[in-house]
Ligand binder design. Structure first.
Ligand SMILES: Nc1ncnc2c1ncn2[C@@H]1O[C@H](COP(=O)(O)OP(=O)(O)OP(=O)(O)O)[C@@H](O)[C@H]1O
Length: 204
């Protein structure tokens, strides 16, 4: 489903990604691991089209992955940072808008379930900017879960989650795999990587 071939990224003549290659299949998870600055976020950004690699190729279901391709838009759910929201919409409005935009048939029900799973029911009418940092992380993950998805791309999804949140996350990601979703994540959480990842990709 996802093929990464020879991905190379340089910043000011410093090579951050040096011909990284891997395949990821449906129902499997690959974890990018490595120290701070080893290129995990850069790789995720190149995969989803938020950054452009200097060399190499990313293919999705056989074709070069293009962010604007409707097939990619329908299948790719990514959470790269917590600032990617409409500032004027409440938590519940934002999630419902996303679900509707992706053609979910009962957006209200799906959103209510995700809010409950993420323990954000009491915060659903707040603006995202007013959430605590851990709640904002949950909200960012929620945005991936209210829409259809075949590939989840997550940058340190464990960040700022409490103990219960991390346990929930590991179980949720295992469920996603069981449903046939492919997961590419960057993580510093060894426990999460052990629980979820089929493959580890060491950077740096
Ligand atoms: N736009 C940019 N311009 C210059 N250097 C950059 C740019 N983006 C990233 N870098 C550098 O590329 C390297 C890799 O950064 P990246 O954010 O991918 O690391 P990471 O593995 O995700 O780190 P962390 O574990 O700290 O999140 C770092 O040295 C960073 O400073």
């Amino acid at each position: 489903m996802l093929e990464v071939q020879g991905l190379t990224r340089r910043f000011h003549h410093v090579t951050v990604l040096d011909a990284v290659s891997f395949d990821l299949h449906s129902g499997r998870a690959a974890a990018l691991v490595g120290p701070n600055g080893s290129g995990k976020t850069t790789l995720l950004r190149c995969v989803v089209g938020a950054d452009i690699a200097d060399d190499g190729e990313v293919r999705f279901d056989g074709d070069r992955l293009v962010e604007s391709d409707p097939r990619v838009r329908a299948a790719l759910a990514c959470a790269l940072d917590d600032a990617d929201f409409f500032p004027e919409l409440s938590v519940v409005e934002h999630l419902e808008l996303l679900a509707r935009a992706h053609g979910v048939s009962e957006p209200g029900d799906v959103v209510a379930e995700v809010l409950s799973d993420l323990d954000l029911v009491a915060q659903q009418d707040q603006l995202p900017i007013t959430l605590s940092s851990g709640q904002r992380r949950r909200f960012t993950l929620g945005a991936c879960l209210v829409r259809p998805r075949k590939l989840l791309v997550l940058d340190e999804p464990e960040q700022r989650l409490d103990v219960a949140g991390r346990a929930w996350l590991a179980e949720k990601l295992r469920d996603e795999k069981a449903e046939g979703c492919a997961i590419l994540l960057a993580s510093h959480d060894q426990q999460l990587v052990d629980a979820v990842a089929d493959t580890r990709i060491e950077l740096g």
